[in-house]
Design a protein around this ligand. Sequence first.
Ligand SMILES: [Mg+2]
Length: 319
Amino acid sequence: MEPKEERVIREDERPKMLIVDDNKQNIEMLMELFHGEYRIAAARNATRALKVAFSDAPPDIILADIIMPGMDGYEFCAQIKEDLRTKNIPVIFVTAVSEVMDQNRGFALGAVDYITKPFHPPVVKARVKLHLNLKRKQDLLEKYAFIDALTEIPNRRRFDEVMLKEWNRACRSTYPLSLILIDIDHFKNYNDTYGHGQGDDCLRRVAVAMSRSLRRAGDFVARYGGEEFAVVLPDTPAPQALEAAKNILSAVDELNIAHKSSSVALHVTISLGIATITPDDSKSALELKDLIEAADKKLYEAKSLGRHTIACYSWLHMT
Ligand SMILES: [Mg+2]
């Protein structure tokens, strides 16, 4: 029984290949060539292939014919490259030597390679594998470029990106947007008392607790700096942002990480500053940096109030 189950798992890990070609024989030939190594989906026209590409299970690599009735391979490739969900999927054009083709046009549209018929199977296989490996590395690079290595939550770079996106969205819509800036209280003392190894461990545990305390799918937490964190709450008015902040504060309290050199409590605590922008005429002159500065000011206020507390205001009350 067991070896069989193992085999099933391995099969599921095979890369997904999408083949689009109006010619049935061409599809069969490619399927035979890649059979076993890939999970293959095939489409006889570009419109159907786009549906597969934009589905919940997008392919890892696409082999596309160029000349097809309806939408041709170039237009298909352009649509794949335009969409954020699919733009990183390598598209390889498969063409007959006899076909009149414009390779520059394909490359300009974002195709990564051309394979011409008749095939030399080992070469075709090697090239497909090469592009697949490149894509995997690219995906990994993109992933790690936005992850904080210590806490494994999104980093400052990712925060900047998400914040800008949500700011622009809030400006276009009628939704409020809240930002919480968070600081671990007396973290320098913690490091001095327990050492940096334990300090790192504390940061990790606080980051996990914060992530877990967020309730909604769009809520986002990042490591903002040393012992500072930032939480972005889209579509969230000030009262709900305060609720979220209370949850975060309790989540860190509940970790109950001993902190004997804190003047605030016997355990590790945090201070939080909240700012909310509410759709209103007065916001037109405001910029993203104003929201961040407002949250930062409130964080400072929370600290001067004795730490282990939350300070907030709604944008409308700002003077
Ligand atoms: Mg064709």
